[in-house]
Design a protein around this ligand. Structure first.
Ligand SMILES: [Zn+2]
Length: 95
């Protein structure tokens, strides 16, 4: 996936908004900002094991494309929280 002229912003609610039509510098700035805002995922530790449902990510992104009146396409990615692990990425280990 190219990052040129493209950026994804994570909103406080966990949704990811993808912007197009940016300069490479703008896209990089927005992308680095978004990366720092990603929800923290609990590390695998004693008594827990990686969640199989989400692969330890705590959820996944659903992509939604919307056409704007000007004809461009806005891609919105909604963060779907994993139910079995409640978005933590880990579940209690079965002994
Ligand atoms: Zn999970």
């Amino acid at each position: 996936m190219t990052r040129d002229h493209f950026a994804a912003i994570t909103t406080p609610r966990g949704s990811v908004v993808t912007l197009t039509g940016l300069t490479p510098d703008e896209a990089a700035a927005v992308a680095s900002q978004a990366a720092s805002d990603r929800p923290a995922v609990r590390a695998e530790g004693e008594g827990t094991t990686k969640c199989d449902n989400c692969g330890g990510k705590g959820g996944w992104l659903e992509k939604v494309e919307t056409k704007t009146p000007s004809g461009s396409t806005v891609v919105t990615e909604r963060w779907v929280q994993c139910r079995p692990c409640k978005g933590m990425g880990t579940v209690p280990a079965r002994s």
